[in-house]
Ligand binder design. Sequence first.
Ligand code: VGL
Ligand code: ZN
Length: 214
Amino acid sequence: MGAQAQTYERDALLIVDVQNDFCPGGALAVAGGDAVIPAINRLARAFRHVILTQDWHPQGHVSFASSHAGSRPFETIDVAYGRQTLWPDHCVQGSDGADFHPRLSAPNAELILRKGFRREIDSYSAFFENDRETPTGLAGYLRDRGLSRLFLAGLALDFCVRFSAEDAVRLGFEAVVVEDACRAIDRDNSLAETRASLGARQVAWIASDAIPGC
Ligand code: VGL
Ligand code: ZN
């Protein structure tokens, strides 16, 4: 919808959290999470600029249900910066679950951006942590390099992809979600909310086969 089917020097592909823990068999598996990999591998070859994100939590992270006595995964609680969904322990720094999926192939990636490494703040967006204030540095990186349009693919569509795309637009970048290269966790209507929210914020959608070279 609306996005030009052509990649340019100013375009970057953001591959979000294609890590073992978000794929089948992982601690926070997204249904069909590994099914995005063939399309993402093609996209990675079609784009001149590729950035990977990696969810990267210390043990005892605030987003882990196990860090809060009496809490269970997928409940929400109040933390210092507002509501926070609690998750099973996942993407612990240095663990196999935090590794990129072994079939992911993006040899030309120029940056690996790790997020969620502060014990007291979760980070869905690749731009801001969940306090909505602490920047990751990605905006400055993109601006300094003249990258003004971001194509997003990966996991999970209704969390990290969603909030990254929304922040991108809020910061003045164009954002295009590559729909078939994403999968959602889809709990509590989160996928429908994501579609509505992205639509209301001028985030575009595209199919990967509309991108030259894919
Ligand atoms: C994510 C939940 C918790 C994601 C990360 O990558 O979408 N979701 N941590
Ligand atoms: Zn996480």
